[in-house]
Design a protein around this ligand. Structure first.
Ligand code: DC
Length: 217
């Protein structure tokens, strides 16, 4: 029997770091759905499609061929034949992904790909609508949160550790805007599924949260 784990929550709550550990300890596949939305956003930016024009995004979405491949256990997002993993982690792409992901056509294509992946093997899948829309029958659903301050500080520290320039207040503002957009959009907004278990990761380490989830399984 397939035992999928759905992890949803706002940006910076710790979803991907924790999902990776849980997947590796359980021998499951980790599926990062945000990376797919980021690849779609990168496509729009490179094509000079206006990311505020939903009709234009809907039309262009059909030209973006997005696939997932695993290399040594690492998820690679392939956009029109090219591995774009190294190019989707910028603040520009983060903000664009939050805008382009409101478009129904974009979501339909990516949700179908996500459901196909989860139908074949046990996955730990993270995103915004996994428990509510992509995998409504998931074996375990987690809704991960942390305050905007905690999440902004994590992103700031991550940027600094990579040698990138960073402005804590700007990141905090962008996180609040992104949450607002992700939670209030018409198509599959970020909400806690009725049967999801909420974990506030603010005062916990990544390992503590991962152990708690594994304990639940
Ligand atoms: O998780 P992330 O920060 O990589 O996601 C980038 C954006 O993609 C996020 O702001 C909203 C969108 N997204 C989504 O709409 N649905 C998902 N399942 C995952 C991400």
């Amino acid at each position: 029997m397939i035992k999928n784990i759905a992890i949803d929550g706002p940006a910076g709550a710790g979803k991907s770091s924790i999902a990776k550990i849980v997947a590796s300890k359980l021998g499951y596949i980790y599926v990062d759905t945000g990376a797919m939305y980021r690849a779609m956003a990168l496509f729009m930016l490179e094509k000079n499609v206006d990311i505020n024009d939903e009709d234009a995004i809907g039309k262009a979405a059909g030209e973006a061929d997005i696939k997932i491949r695993y290399e040594n256990g690492v998820q690679c997002v392939i956009l029109n034949g090219e591995n774009v993993n190294d190019r989707i982690r910028t603040d520009e792409v983060s903000n664009a992904a939050s805008k382009t992901s409101v478009v129904k056509k974009v979501r339909e294509r990516l949700v179908a790909l996500q459901q196909e992946l989860a139908s074949k093997e046990n996955v730990v899948m993270d995103g915004r609508d996994i428990g509510t829309k992509v995998l409504p029958d998931a074996y375990l659903k987690i809704y991960m949160t942390a305050s905007a301050e905690v999440r902004a500080k994590r992103r700031y520290d991550e940027n600094i550790s990579k040698g990138m320039e960073s402005n804590l207040e700007k990141i905090r503002q962008e996180i609040i805007e992104r949450d607002q957009r992700d939670m209030t959009r018409k198509e599959s907004p970020l909400v806690k599924a009725w049967d999801a278990i909420e974990i506030d990761t603010g005062d916990m380490t990544i390992e503590e949260v991962a152990d708690r989830i594994i304990g639940m399984i």
